[in-house]
Design a protein around this ligand. Structure first.
Ligand code: URA
Length: 278
């Protein structure tokens, strides 16, 4: 169990019980229980404030002063190699609304990637889009800008989508399996995917796209629930929690292997057919 003070754990338990009973607002400044849970989560992870509608509320973490007059935070990012207990449990994530989910993701300390990131890369595009594209993980450009698929692979993805009359300006919402950059662009690790995927699961439920396009092996395997290689997975329409799902090669892989261009073209035609209902 954590070294966190018992009173914080009691507050969390109290809020959680109320939330489980379906109670909404609590005392003081019209915080909802989920907002209060987020404030506690952010205090635990060391963030200073949490936005709740119009107001910003100071968390406990921001108020503790050290002898040197510096802010003392309640928790620190996991050390290299370490993954930690989620400060906002998965069951609570599944109740959050879109901006709450994004706020919690932005201060997430669930895994070792929190330590090396510049910023959390939550999404780009239109949250009301018909199509949701799910990639693998942010790279250096994404980590710097906070937006997914902004590098070379991203530009190529935009071209591929444009070829079937889709764009992130209106018809596409884009995100990744992992919200933080793995060091040196290494592959995502299984525990990182497990800890991060509840954010994606809730994101999909909230965006409620008509169709999902998984690009690359990690997104395709996670969303199909299969460990078959991409070359064997592609070419079919799957269902992710009732949402039609098409899978294709990752644009970065396609840039390295032009031999997959024809298959990718076929996958995009399949996607278009699903979206057109034909
Ligand atoms: N590759 C991905 O899978 N996602 C990004 O955001 C960028 C590159």
């Amino acid at each position: 169990m954590s070294a966190e003070p018992k009173d914080i754990r009691d507050v969390v338990r109290f809020l959680q019980q109320g939330a489980d009973l379906g109670l909404g607002e609590i005392f003081l400044e019209r915080l909802t229980r989920n907002e209060a849970l987020m404030a506690v989560a952010e205090a635990r992870s060391g963030a200073k404030t949490v936005g709740t509608g119009a107001a910003k509320h100071e968390t406990g973490a921001a108020k503790h002063e050290t002898a040197a007059g510096k802010h003392e935070t309640a928790a620190t990012a996991p050390r290299e190699g370490e993954c930690v207990e989620a400060s906002v449990p998965d069951s609570d994530l599944m109740r959050l609304q879109y901006t709450e989910l994004k706020t919690v993701a932005e201060s997430c300390q669930r895994c070792r990637l929190a330590k090396g990131r510049t910023q959390v890369v939550f999404s780009d595009g239109n949250p009301q889009a018909r199509l949701m594209v799910v990639g693998e993980a942010p790279g250096a450009n994404e980590d710097r800008t906070g937006l997914p698929f902004v590098g070379q692979a991203g530009k190529f993805l935009d071209l591929l989508l444009a070829a079937v009359d889709l764009s992130r300006e209106d018809s596409v919402y884009i995100c990744n399996v992992l919200k933080c950059r793995p060091p040196g662009n290494r592959d995502p690790m299984a525990d990182e995917i497990e800890l991060c995927s509840p954010f994606l699961k809730r994101q999909i439920a909230l965006v409620a796209p008509e169709v999902i396009l998984a690009v690359g092996t990690f997104a395709a395997q996670l969303l199909t629930g299969s460990d078959r290689p991409l070359g064997k997975l592609r070419g079919s329409v799957y269902s992710y929690e009732g949402v039609p799902l098409v899978v294709t090669y990752h644009p970065a892989a396609l840039l390295r292997n032009a031999g997959w261009t024809r298959s990718t073209w076929d996958d995009l035609q399949l996607l278009r057919q699903v979206m057109d209902g034909s």
